[in-house]
Design a protein around this ligand. Structure first.
Ligand code: KG4
Ligand code: ZN
Length: 343
């Protein structure tokens, strides 16, 4: 009989659950997106996110078990993302996971949400991808990891201000494009000229650092549009060609920084495999540039498939590694909203 792990993910604004086997097969995966709840605010509102998780977590778990054709009694362990993320959101998943562990008397497994984003590449590849450099680009994080093995991650670089996804979302809002901003900017950029505006590529030339910075880029787009002060972006009448050119030039600047630092990280670590995950990894231009640069540098590239880029619980299959290693948690496990640098 296969061993089944129920994985739970509520770190930000997706309520998700999955059943994976010890052999890392995804039996069922359900994601309830909250995009429509946060759209009018142009970003995730933490209090709304955690309340929506409370309403959705049990129906999402029920639906996952139904699709898997399993009952709770057939689950052998419960895994939950307890770091990093929004404290209130993480707590909902953690409390649900603990309650299930007590109810059905199975062990609790902790999942690092960022490591899970990288593990999405391992899941899709169906084979070992370690050791590798892991690039995570999401709404809350832009980070580079040395991943020696599936349980051995070391943070080597991160954003010093905004995450790439955050910049996509905020720039989209300035341009009057809908939330989430990444897909909207990508679409607008298809018709735009990426060299129309020469936006800053912060820290890109600094070969001593593996960090990112996107707040200056965000400000540069703002100043190009309206100048300093507190403008009412909603009242701007923007020419569609200008929007497309701004979107394409902004996207190109973000992609240059992400690709440039990932390649620098590969050179510095001497590793020859790159795994890329997180919501922004769905970006078509980023995927294309990563493929070109990796081919040029002789790097084996794994980018998470689109369905595993944005938040989901299937990538919580990283819990299978812990399950096999016997890494279980006590029931007083807490949430840790910050990033764990070495695990
Ligand atoms: O990983 P994710 O689902 O949530 C976090 O853990 O943050 O990432 C969400 C982010 C959002 O900022 C969204 O705008 C961005 O991923 N995103 C994209 C694309 N699709 C989603 N960014 C650029 N291009 C895309 N196609
Ligand atoms: Zn994420």
């Amino acid at each position: 009989m296969p061993k089944y792990i129920l994985t739970i993910e509520t770190s930000c604004d997706e309520t998700a659950a999955a059943v994976v086997t010890e052999e890392r097969q995804v039996v069922a995966s359900v994601v309830a997106s909250q995009d429509e709840l946060h759209r009018r605010f142009g970003g995730v509102v933490p209090e709304i996110a955690s309340r929506a998780h409370v309403e959705r977590i049990l129906p999402v778990i029920d639906e996952t078990l139904r699709r898997a054709g399993l009952t709770l009694g057939q689950i052998d362990a419960v895994a939950v993302a307890n770091t990093p993320g929004l404290a209130g959101s993480l707590l909902v998943g953690l409390v649900a996971a603990k309650a299930l562990c007590v109810a059905i008397d199975v062990p609790l497994i902790a999942v690092d949400h960022l490591q899970a984003h990288i593990y999405a590449c391992r899941l899709a590849a169906g084979r070992d991808v370690f050791p590798c450099v892991g690039l995570i680009v999401s709404g809350g994080h832009s980070s580079l990891y040395r991943c020696a093995g599936p349980l051995d991650f070391e943070l080597l670089g991160a954003t010093i201000d905004d995450a790439a996804g955050e910049a996509f979302d905020k720039v989209a809002s300035m341009l009057g494009l809908s939330y989430p901003g990444g897909p909207s900017i990508q679409k607008a950029a298809e018709r735009g000229n990426p060299t129309a505006f020469n936006f800053p590529r912060s820290l890109l030339k600094d070969e001593d650092r593996l960090d990112f910075s996107f707040s200056g880029l965000k400000t540069a787009v703002r100043y190009t549009l309206v100048g300093p002060g507190k403008p009412d972006f909603g009242s701007l009448k923007l020419d569609p060609t200008l929007v497309s050119n701004l979107a394409a030039s902004f996207q190109e600047a973000v992609v240059d920084c992400l690709v440039g630092k990932a390649m620098l990280c590969l050179r510095k670590t001497g590793l020859d495999t790159l795994c890329v995950g997180g919501g922004v990894a769905a970006n078509a231009r980023l995927r294309q540039r990563l493929e070109e640069e990796s081919a040029r540098a002789g790097i084996t590239l794994h980018i998470a498939p689109l369905a595993l880029c944005t938040d989901n619980a299937a990538m919580g299959a990283i819990a299978a590694e812990r399950f096999q290693a016997g890494c279980f948690e006590p029931l007083d496990l807490d949430v840790y909203p910050g990033v764990i640098r070495k695990a």
